[in-house]
Design a protein. Structure first.
Lengths: 338, 325
């Protein structure tokens, strides 16, 4: 689409404090998920897990831009989106490890992280489901007049499922305060999105179908993500309706734990590794005159934080069996008969 | 008391709850300006305004997703799915998301929402607009399932469903919309999970739901008048929660159980009731548990064919006679 302009590297206006916060959030996400990967290799995390290594700029940029009472909806690749809302590393690693200290005490697992008190309104593991749910939370905010916004993250593959279309149309006609963010990491699961999609940019090229502006950004540039997020959130709060943002990025690993990602050409992987959002941003910060010692301090603090979280989670007990029979219903029970 | 149709009782139940609680909102296809394709919701838009009574596109996933997102953030939405057959196009939202999210998140959130839907056969609409899908719903942990048989229960059970902190699938039997009955004009709430003993007998207990309740009553009349058989009739009213206490007590008194189900045979709710009775009341039974159901077929549309397939009073009478004789 010729008139879809990729926004990248345009930001010069951010203050150092914001930039350090953005950097810190990206480092924390990176270190947290690297640790999750290591714990998997040690068989301390079972089941599956979908890492967003390489996509941290999107979670960090939005996480820093959002208001405390805004809502996040994300996918099974949702550790970072949940973390940036204020959930602790201990409760995330504990949940992945199936421990009592876990965010959901082992009842959800990696694909279902949620923390209502932090506005992290869930990780949804069936592709597309959460787009209409995010619209519903935005409807609630609109009805209650709170100026809260709902932010909904999803992958490129989601743009081909029916719920995407239903939610986008619905959000536009009701002018809902919701920001839809497509993290286009080029592959849905094992297949390139370009092999199975009618248009080049799976979200941006479809924006026109809903009367929305096409927004295509460099999702590996945290400054760009942050500023785009601020604009979209402001639009939502002033009653300007939804946005659809396509953020180009790349996952460093495969789709899930089971996938080494060998279907991707080596040159392509190498090219994208050069665009890794962390080292590139670190370099920018140094060029802008920030102190390397400050960056090193962030890195060291984060390592210490993840080590401590790992220890706490490892030492936490398995959850008590009785909770498996609780909380089907709001009264705390699982009872269906008298 | 006022005499209302089943259809108008739907309206009365929604209006009663919307008047008392501003967090109750209502969305669905053609429910606002058009007043509902079954005319169940006429006038609600005028009374409550467009921010609370909202027409949607034909987008069942958007309707149910929106209800879920609203319910987890402080509202009490009522969503309409026009025909219960259409649950098939939004079943992910219903069965995977709404039903499981409270459990998966260790009880962090709850979903006080109601999904109303026109369910069941008898209207000659063919196989994709006539199903009784209550057994789909009751197979999923986390969903409450309610199906009223008369106008008073429509109003009272709908009110209780809207006030309930959990998701409720509320099945309105579309062939009953025109029936009339006395409905309390004052505030009326019927708790979920209480079966209703419609009549008491001594020889057999007939347990039925929704449109099968009036048919069971008719069968009970015939059994009494023509065959000297005295039947208890129990209206289950809500499948989840299930009032097994009343069912077990009533079956224990008569020693015989016949379930009457509109759903196709396999895994119908009566199979669960039969299994509970067999496990917990076996030594009190004087004969086998008998299920009268629609055969395991999609429903045909022609009136002659549809009538022959749905459980009729005559089939109920025949089943009971065989059991008692």
């Amino acid at each position: 689409m010729d008139d879809t302009v990729l926004t990248k590297g345009t930001s010069t206006m951010l203050d150092s404090e914001t930039r350090l916060t953005l950097y810190r959030k990206m480092v924390e996400c990176r270190v947290l998920e690297q640790r999750a990967y290591d714990l998997f290799m040690q068989n301390l995390i079972k089941g599956t897990s979908h890492l967003a290594l390489g996509q941290e700029a999107i979670a960090a940029g939005f996480g820093v831009a959002m208001r405390e009472d805004d809502y996040t909806f994300c996918t099974y690749r949702g550790h970072n989106h949940t973390y940036v809302r204020g959930v602790t590393m201990t409760s995330i690693l504990g949940e992945l490890m199936g421990r009592e200290c876990g965010l959901l005490r082992g009842k959800g697992g990696s694909m279902h992280l949620m923390s209502m008190e932090h506005g992290a309104l869930g990780s949804y593991a069936v592709v597309g489901a959460h787009l209409p749910i995010a619209a519903g939370a935005a409807w609630s905010a609109q009805y209650r007049g709170t100026e809260q916004a709902s932010v909904c993250f999803f992958g490129d593959g989601t743009t081909n499922i029916g719920a995407f279309h239903e939610a986008l149309n619905f959000a536009v006609i009701w002018k809902l305060p919701v920001v839809f963010v497509c993290e286009n990491n080029r592959y849905m699961e094992y297949t390139a999105i370009s092999d199975v999609t009618a248009v080049e940019n799976p979200a941006a090229d479809r924006a026109a179908a809903y009367g929305l502006e096409p927004v295509l950004i460099d999702g590996n540039d945290v400054d760009v993500v942050y500023e785009t997020a601020l604009r979209a959130l402001a639009q939502a709060r002033r009653g300007g309706g939804p946005s659809l943002i396509e953020a180009l990025t790349y996952r460093h690993g495969g789709h899930s734990r089971a996938d080494p990602g060998k279907y991707r050409p080596e040159e392509e992987v190498a090219e994208w590794m050069k665009k890794d959002p962390l080292p590139t941003y670190r370099e920018r910060l140094l060029k802008l005159g920030l102190e390397e010692a400050d960056l090193e301090a962030i890195e060291a603090e984060t390592e210490a934080m993840v080590d401590e979280a790992t220890e706490t989670a490892r030492n936490s007990s398995p959850p008590p069996e009785e909770i498996a029979r609780q909380d089907v219903w709001a009264d705390g029970s699982a009872s269906w008969r008298n | 008391m006022a005499e209302l149709t089943y259809r108008d009782a739907v309206n009365a139940g929604i209006a009663q709850e919307m008047r008392r609680d501003s967090s109750v909102v209502f969305l669905g296809e053609d429910i606002a300006a058009a007043g509902g394709v079954f005319k169940t919701t006429a006038g609600l838009l005028d009374e409550f305004g467009p921010s609370r009574v909202r027409d949607t596109p034909i987008s069942e996933q958007a309707i149910i997703g929106a209800a879920m997102g609203a319910a987890m953030t402080g509202l009490r939405p009522i969503a309409e799915i026009m025909f219960s057959d259409f649950f098939a196009v939004c079943w992910d939202l219903v069965a995977n998301q709404i039903a499981k999210t409270r459990y998966m998140t260790d009880g962090q959130c709850s979903f006080p929402l109601v999904i109303r839907s026109a369910n069941g056969g008898g209207s000659r609409f063919g196989a994709q607009h006539s199903q009784s899908v209550e057994n789909w719903a009751m197979a999923i942990p986390g969903l409450k399932v309610v199906a009223p048989a008369n106008p008073a229960d429509v109003k009272g059970l709908l009110a209780a469903s809207i006030r309930d902190p959990d998701p409720v699938l509320f099945f309105e039997q579309k062939s009953l919309y025109a029936i009339k009955g006395d409905v309390p004009e004052e505030e009326h709430v019927v708790p979920l999970g209480d079966a209703r003993i419609v009549r008491s007998g001594t020889d057999v207990t007939i347990v039925a739901l929704a449109a099968m309740v009036p048919r069971a009553e008719k069968a009970a009349d015939t059994l009494q008048q023509e065959h000297g058989i005295s039947a208890t009739v129990v209206d289950v009213r809500s499948l989840v929660p299930l009032d097994t206490k009343t069912i077990l007590e009533e079956v224990a008194k008569t020693g015989r159980l016949v379930t009457v189900e509109e759903n196709p045979r396999l895994c119908g709710w009566g199979a669960e009731v039969a299994s509970i009775v067999a496990e917990e009341l076996f030594w009190d039974l004087d004969g086998p548990v008998v299920r009268v159901t629609t055969p395991h077929i999609p429903l045909p549309s022609a009136d002659a064919l549809e009538d022959a397939m749905l459980p009729s009073p005559a089939r109920i009478v025949a089943a009971v006679q065989q059991l008692v004789d």
